[in-house]
Design a protein around this ligand. Structure first.
Ligand SMILES: [Zn+2]
Length: 400
């Protein structure tokens, strides 16, 4: 992860939706005589892959933000009806087309920050119709914004209020009704669970992920975010594609991830936004041999950011990652989480022509400027994306 190949005076040759060649500028100009040429001063990166977002939501959670500033904990805010359940009320009430407008505006800003492939989870519906609505919106966004969307079913994100006193019934509903319906309609590729004390237990998470797998959904897990509960160990036992968060992972969990193909997805913007003093032990995970990815966790409660470059800066400054490790974490390793390692995350012949240009002199600046978007142009599938979609959609993004 600490080793990236950097070329100078280079060119990338695109043909249709693929990268045809990468090499010395003069050589490729000769080889591709007659091709349209776009001169770029700066640095080209592979399109960034955001492998963990909750980008379909209806409204910001400003009251949560203020209550946390006044000293209330995440758990206390959730117990008082805020937190995820506030977003559930908002999403259930939102008409599908309104949800699509807000989500498309948000995803356009992700794209403007260099993200060309984005995973989007459901989990603010917590009833079949509203979960399906969220997943349909995730799928429809790709028709509005030129990104690739990989949808994940997260029906076990929280126990909905109407099942408070009969949680086993809710787990059964997720396993026996929601998962088969979502899989049958092709609405999701993966299945995820929020495994955390006070949310879903490891036994419940296992039941949901095994049901998902039986219906062709790849298992992933929100694991050991705030208090350790054996989430990382469970993810490895199940052969999950990823164990995400991990701020409270145990030593045994670190060792298990180090010996496995399960990717450790770290979300430093979340712990920063929540005002926590702890972060996932990235260096210990890397030293144990774990593959580490970084993601935004874009969501209205704990990580309202659309910027993978910002997350890379936090990866370096808060997690002790090297610039090269942070870059690998949002490209090669994030693509692996989504089962796309052979297709995304590299500027190499045969890979999809998703390319990001940045107005920087040194490639490490992409993981340096704190909150300054240096992305100057983006191509997805070989086509130039419209300039500054973030500005065009600012209104609906902010008011959304
Ligand atoms: Zn999450």
């Amino acid at each position: 992860m600490g080793d990236v190949e950097v070329l100078s005076d280079a060119a990338v040759l695109l043909r249709d939706d693929r990268i045809a060649a990468v090499g010395p500028y003069a050589e490729l100009r000769r080889a591709a005589a007659g091709a349209a040429v776009v001169e770029v001063s700066g640095v080209l990166f592979p399109g960034f892959v955001d492998c963990h977002t909750h980008a379909v939501f209806a409204a910001p959670r400003l009251d949560d933000h203020q209550r946390r500033a006044l000293g209330e904990t995440y758990q206390a805010i959730a117990a008082a009806g805020g937190g995820i359940l506030q977003s559930v009320r908002d999403v259930r009430a939102a008409p599908e087309d309104a949800l699509l407008e807000r989500t498309a505006a948000r995803v356009a800003t992700l794209l403007a920050h260099g993200t060309t492939t984005v995973e989007i989870k459901s989990g603010y519906g917590l009833e079949l119709a509203a979960e399906q609505k969220q997943l349909r919106v995730a799928g429809r966004v790709a028709g509005r914004v030129p990104v690739t969307v990989v949808p994940t079913f997260l029906g076990a994100h929280e126990v909905p209020p109407e099942y408070r006193d009969r949680r086993a019934d809710y787990v059964r509903l997720v396993c026996e009704e929601m998962i088969p319906a979502v899989a049958r309609a092709g609405l999701a590729r993966a299945c995820d669970v929020f495994c955390e004390p006070g949310v879903f237990t490891p036994a419940e998470a296992r039941a949901v992920l095994e049901a998902g797998r039986a219906h062709g959904l790849t298992p992933r897990l929100h694991a050991d975010e705030l208090e350790g509960a054996g989430g990382a160990e469970l993810a490895v036992q199940l052969g999950a594609a990823s164990a995400d968060h991990l701020a409270a992972v145990s030593d045994a969990g670190v060792r298990a991830l180090g010996r496995s193909a399960t990717v450790a997805v770290l979300l430093p913007a979340t712990m920063t936004f929540l005002g926590r003093r702890t972060q996932a032990p990235a260096r210990r995970l890397l030293e144990a041999g774990a593959a580490v990815a970084l993601a935004t966790d874009c969501n209205p409660g704990s990580s309202p950011t659309v910027s993978l470059p910002l997350v890379m800066v936090l990866g370096v400054s808060q997690l002790g990652m090297r610039h090269a490790e942070a870059l690998t974490a949002v490209t090669v390793n994030a693509a692996a989480v989504l089962g796309l390692a052979g297709d995304r995350g590299q500027l190499a012949a045969g890979f999809r022509a998703d390319v990001v240009a940045c107005a920087v002199r040194d490639w490490r600046e992409i993981a340096y400027w704190l909150g300054d978007n240096r992305v100057s142009a983006v191509w997805t599938g070989g086509s130039a994306c419209p300039p500054s979609p973030a500005l065009l959609s600012l209104d609906s993004h902010v008011q959304g």
